[in-house]
Design a protein around this ligand. Sequence first.
Ligand SMILES: [Zn+2]
Length: 689
Amino acid sequence: MRSGRMKTGRLYSCAICVLLCAVLTVLAAPLSIRAAQASPTGTGATATTRAWAHDAAGVSVPSRTWYLAEGCTAQGFETWVLVQNPGAEAANVKLTYMTGKAVSAGPSFALAPSSRKTVNVSETLPDAAEVSTLVESDNPVVVERAMYGSARRWATDAAGVTEPGTDWYLAEGSTGTGFETWVLVQNPGVATANVTLTYMTDKGERAGPSFKLSPFTRKTINVADAVPGAWSVSTRVQSSSPLVVERAMYGDGRTWAHASGAVREPATAWDLAEGSTAGGNQTWVLVQNPQTQKALVELTYMTPKGPVQGQAAWLAPHSRQTFFASDVVPDAWEVSTHVKSNRPVVVERAMYGAGRQWATGAAGVTEPGTDWYLAEGSTGVGFETWVLVQNPGASTASVTLTFMTDEGMRDGLSFKLPPFTRKTLNVADTVPGAWSVSTRVRSSCPVVVERAVYGDRRSTVEELTLMKGNAFETAAYVLTSGGGSTGAPTLMVIGGVHGDEDAGYRSAEKLTRALVSKGRLVLVPRANRPAIAAHTRYLNKDLNRCFPGVAGGANEDRLAWEIMELARTSDIDLLLNLHSADQFNLLDPSALGQTIVLDDAAIVGAADKAAAQANLSIGDPVERFASLVKPIPTSATYEVYYRQGKPAYGIEACTKLGLDRECLDELLVIKAFADQLGVVVDNWDELLR
Ligand SMILES: [Zn+2]
């Protein structure tokens, strides 16, 4: 693995946001229309593959201090801290990280009014197994944390906590087959804390661990250590001095995850804005009774059509119970839940979708409000963001949304929400193509607000070394889609076979940043490194006359053989070999500029098609691509085609266009072949810039 690859994906996206937004305003329009027609929590046509999801309830009171117990930047985990400034004045924000071993300063920055900023924790602390975060600001802000893992196979999100406490509740938890539940305890204070965990199952109370937690440290507790094999586990955390507590859950070999901050106080009324029981979505309502007496719990579901009476049950003291929304409201795309109890209880919601490809979880809200903030949100490529508004009251609410991006504020929709109903809004309808979006929701009467985000998996990058230890040593990259499906189409691209043809290795190098969501890319960007360094066609022998090469041979002969072997062992479906020529073929038929060169007329169809697609983006007829049948024995394409039986093409750009245009045109042709093959790259917009 090439370290850092997965962690940087979102970051450079942010940096290039300004340009990308302009491109995506055009491109995203059809996507958002499609997404809007689909159900928000459904599995129908959407803007992403929904490989992961995360959600969180809104925050109603901005604060100057925020704590985030969970965080990890090791083993491919990504941790992002999202700070929203909803105020009218700039906020000076400072992050401090606690790893258990040390306290280290994170970034400090000024956050403009009505804007949001995204912080990648790994920029300061790469490879930290446990990181808690303290966010301090001179003006009130809203803070959330998003985490991703396994090349974005799963994601979690939770709003921060504004005040440490000595008594915390976590309704959700399971240690049944395929489930992991972790409780994360952060001590942000200067005193050592004496901490005790108590678990509540459907069979009653079980003792958990007791331990001392040093100042500025955090501890992670695996619930299964004390209660293995329990399908329903709630947790209570008590401490001698104030702590911050969260819970993370993973399932089915970490194909999904969800997380939630702990709840400080049980209550007799709870609202859960998010929920869906249609299209294979599952919604579970989890109720923890921490009282010494039994509690009568009654559920009411709210759909766009109005309220439906749900389950009612007596919960034994110190126990927890799980309610399945589908038992009462099956096939409902949009469901909110109200939970009422005669004694204070703790309520969370867990959702699963697409055969548990993704999951989300969030604690309920005890007090509907008229002003809500959602720090997290993105409508960039591979992200969907939905805002869910529930009206649990008896009067119609007039609701207005405002979005805050790193380019400032944008007005969102205004609408009326009848009593006991819920509405779902696609953020991309208003702010498409924005990598960072925070939301403010204002209402004429109290409502409950949540946000759900869905997204694509990241591709993984494997780095290989050809000609190891030799002067011709060079890197190869295998980019595999997050899906990792077998039999996925594989496209191989070689650049720099000729050291004085710069566009080829630059284009191939650019492709190492591709986010592959289907299939594989095998890249050898700088095939002949010594020739590139000398900026000459070749040093000893022309590499493109050395194929199939010689195993154990010298220099270019062995290099050619290793490239052939890479193609063979990667089981490629198509090879593209990038070159440059100094004249347009259309002006001089003996020149190769702007041609797709092939060794056998039998495979000209795909080349004609690729040329036609690329030419849609090339204005001047002289600069357009044409296919050219020109067999060259001992070239890479010829030998791959005749020895391995795989289609292979040379792409010859014309140096008269200048380096940037050459690269762009080569990438247009590569994209056209990738499209034919079914290799899907999510960020062509960025690569083709
Ligand atoms: Zn060449």
